[in-house]
Design a protein around this ligand. Structure first.
Ligand SMILES: *[C@@H]1O[C@H](CO)[C@@H](O)[C@H](O)[C@H]1NC(C)=O
Ligand SMILES: *[C@@H]1O[C@H](CO)[C@@H](O)[C@H](O)[C@H]1NC(C)=O
Ligand SMILES: *[C@@H]1O[C@H](CO)[C@@H](O)[C@H](O)[C@H]1NC(C)=O
Ligand SMILES: *[C@@H]1O[C@H](CO)[C@@H](O)[C@H](O)[C@H]1NC(C)=O
Ligand SMILES: *[C@@H]1O[C@H](CO)[C@@H](O)[C@H](O)[C@H]1NC(C)=O
Ligand SMILES: *[C@@H]1O[C@H](CO)[C@@H](O)[C@H](O)[C@H]1NC(C)=O
Ligand SMILES: *[C@@H]1O[C@H](CO)[C@@H](O)[C@H](O)[C@H]1NC(C)=O
Ligand SMILES: *[C@@H]1O[C@H](CO)[C@@H](O)[C@H](O)[C@H]1NC(C)=O
Length: 511
């Protein structure tokens, strides 16, 4: 009896020593195998300690950075480190003589991946999943990390939970439970990027299926767009994954608070985003405000959070929505696709600088086992994102990353001519071009739009027929303005190499 008490006293004393020591640590998203942002930026690391203690951070003994624990938190900005590794990163605190070493740390480019279910969609779910998973572990310099699904009414300073701690890629981690871990688009983006850059890539994945842009945006951003009402009705949402619990994850700012805000202090290169389905019927008409504002707000916040190390205009890539319902003009996808570009039709544009867009309207997947809203071909999407990243984020000069976009449309005697900004590869087909015929020049309802066939095409133009409509009433032309216009990789207009589809557009016709 007495012995038992004595032992448990000793044990509890021992436990309290351990827990005191444990309070000295890195925050949740730094760990063994991580990739920290390389030079010229400086990586920021932070953690917890005993207030008032002195902390020394060193990188494989090469130099030391000194800092102090304030209110239980320490933070250090490392010197710029060029791409490579592995290094050991050690942090020590003087008062308790505690020390933590993170091993196998690489320096490279760190990208954040976020959005809803098409971003959460795993490598185990993609087309050719077996082959993709078998390849994964060969890419030892592409490292993955995933935040767990959490929401919060307040901005959190650290992640409440981690789903996948920093890891080298394995088939097991990349092919986790459906929509659970790890993101196929994020992984393939990182892998293809690694193939061009040849230095380490860190992928931080934080996304959640079925969530609207409002959940990922700060209150500050939402106010700018007049989005203060935060009680979405669930029936308004496209049910992207019926197996998911329908919870409060859609409320304003709850995922910004729990899954983005905690990450602000880390230095990143840029972000990619695949989201919009959940806004097809929810605040759709404001997405042209809420999406660009969210990008601006994330940029400002990451810049501030990293003490200026993450660029104020960091590159932001996104996937334009693919397809969901055949022959449905009212499911909101065509409007969201347009609003994803702030109504310009292409990216980057004046409103959305330093962005890039992967068009996905031509990779429909009617037979996807995960529902047609989740196309299984994520390879093309990731590849197109990487072309955008190479051109926009890495400034590679002659990387073609945008499909043809029209510069103007003119009314001729017998035709309407649409001229593009680059050479085109065209497949003549009917029904994808529509002309607005309207007496009062408004084209808001679908009955004003008359389908016209392509009659002829040349190096950088197409000629479409004039509809049965008085010339003076011919107002505008639109292209691919429906949810599901084309068969797989068979839209009418591509870049001259046949690789990049012209995105949907709407354009006034001049005389
Ligand atoms: C990191 O530390 C481990 C021991 O903890 C050691 O074996 C390894 O050589 C160190 N690596 C570097 C790059 O310093
Ligand atoms: C730890 O460092 C702080 C700041 O330099 C100093 O005030 C304190 O005396 C040190 N404590 C110990 C135990 O070394
Ligand atoms: C910490 O280390 C110093 C120097 O090795 C030693 O003098 C001191 O007693 C140690 N303090 C604790 C709390 O272990
Ligand atoms: C899937 O694998 C087949 C056969 O290797 C290949 O032709 C096809 O391009 C692959 N699809 C994707 C999207 O990678
Ligand atoms: C956004 O779209 C709505 C609806 O289509 C339109 O009324 C509004 O003017 C657009 N706002 C911006 C900022 O482009
Ligand atoms: C992280 O950034 C946020 C936002 O700028 C800031 O409030 C917080 O104090 C920072 N945390 C640390 C540990 O630097
Ligand atoms: C890129 O530009 C260089 C020089 O301007 C040219 O030699 C090369 O063929 C171009 N590459 C492509 C893929 O267009
Ligand atoms: C527009 O078409 C209507 C017939 O649909 C015609 O009455 C009207 O005159 C036309 N407007 C102009 C300006 O030609």
């Amino acid at each position: 009896m007495q012995t038992t008490v004595a032992i448990s006293l000793v044990l509890s004393a021992f436990a309290s020593v351990l827990s005191a020591a444990e309070t000295f640590r890195f925050s949740s998203y730094y760990g063994n195998h991580m990739v920290l942002q390389k030079a010229p930026a400086e990586a920021v690391v932070w953690g917890y300690g005993q207030t008032g203690a002195k902390v020394v951070v060193s990188l494989s003994g090469s130099y030391e950075v000194f800092t102090t624990v304030i209110n239980g938190i320490w933070r250090a900005t490392l010197e710029p480190v060029k791409a490579g590794g592995p290094y050991n990163l050690t942090a020590s605190q003087n008062i308790t003589n505690s020390s933590v070493t993170l091993t196998d740390v690489l320096f490279g480019d760190t990208w954040l991946c976020s959005g809803q279910s098409n971003m959460a969609f795993t490598l185990g779910q993609v087309i050719n999943a077996t082959e993709e998973l078998a390849l994964a572990s060969k890419y030892t310099d592409v490292r993955i990390f995933q935040a767990a699904l959490e929401m919060s009414e307040e901005e959190l300073i650290d992640l409440a939970r981690v789903e996948v701690p920093w890891s080298r890629p394995t088939a097991k981690l990349l092919g986790g439970k459906e929509f659970s871990h790890f993101s196929a688009v994020c992984w393939l983006f990182g892998r293809y990027l690694y193939e061009t850059l040849k230095y380490p890539i860190g992928l931080v994945h934080s996304s959640w299926g079925g969530t609207p842009v409002e959940a990922w945006s700060s209150t500050r951003a939402l106010h700018t767009c007049g989005l203060t009402d935060s009680v979405p009705h669930s029936e308004l949402f496209v049910q992207s994954d019926p197996s998911e619990d329908v919870s409060d994850k859609r409320k304003n700012s709850v995922l910004w608070n729990a899954m983005i805000h905690p990450l602000l202090n880390m230095t990143i290169t840029g972000a990619i985003w695949y989201q919009g389905e959940a806004n097809a019927n929810y605040n759709r008409d404001k997405y042209n405000c809420s999406f660009p504002i969210m990008i601006d707000d994330w940029r400002m916040a990451f810049h501030k959070g990293s003490g200026g190390q993450t660029a104020l205009d960091f590159p932001f890539g996104f996937v334009q929505l693919s397809t969901y319902r055949k022959n449905d003009k009212k499911d909101g996808f065509r409007e969201i696709r347009w609003h994803q570009t702030a109504d310009y039709g292409f990216a980057p544009n004046k409103r959305m600088k330093n962005t890039f867009m992967a068009v996905a309207i031509d990779v429909p997947d009617e037979k996807s086992p995960f529902g047609s809203i989740h196309p299984e071909d994520k390879q093309d999407v990731a590849y197109r994102l990487v072309l955008g990243a190479r051109a926009v984020a890495y400034g590679e000069k002659n990387v073609s990353f945008q499909g043809p976009f029209p510069t103007h449309a003119v009314l001729k005697q017998d035709f309407i001519g649409i001229v593009f900004n680059q050479g085109i590869y065209a497949i003549s087909d009917n029904g994808f071009f529509e002309i607005c015929c309207s007496e009062d020049k408004t084209c808001e309802t679908d009955d004003k739009w008359l389908p016209v066939p392509i009659e002829k095409h040349g190096f950088d133009y197409v000629l479409v027929s004039k509809p049965k409509c008085p010339a003076a009433n011919i107002t505008a032309v639109r292209y691919l303005w429906t949810d599901w216009p084309c068969k797989f990789k068979a839209c009418p207009i591509y870049s001259s190499d046949g690789l990049l589809p012209a995105p949907p557009f709407i354009l006034a016709i001049t005389n």
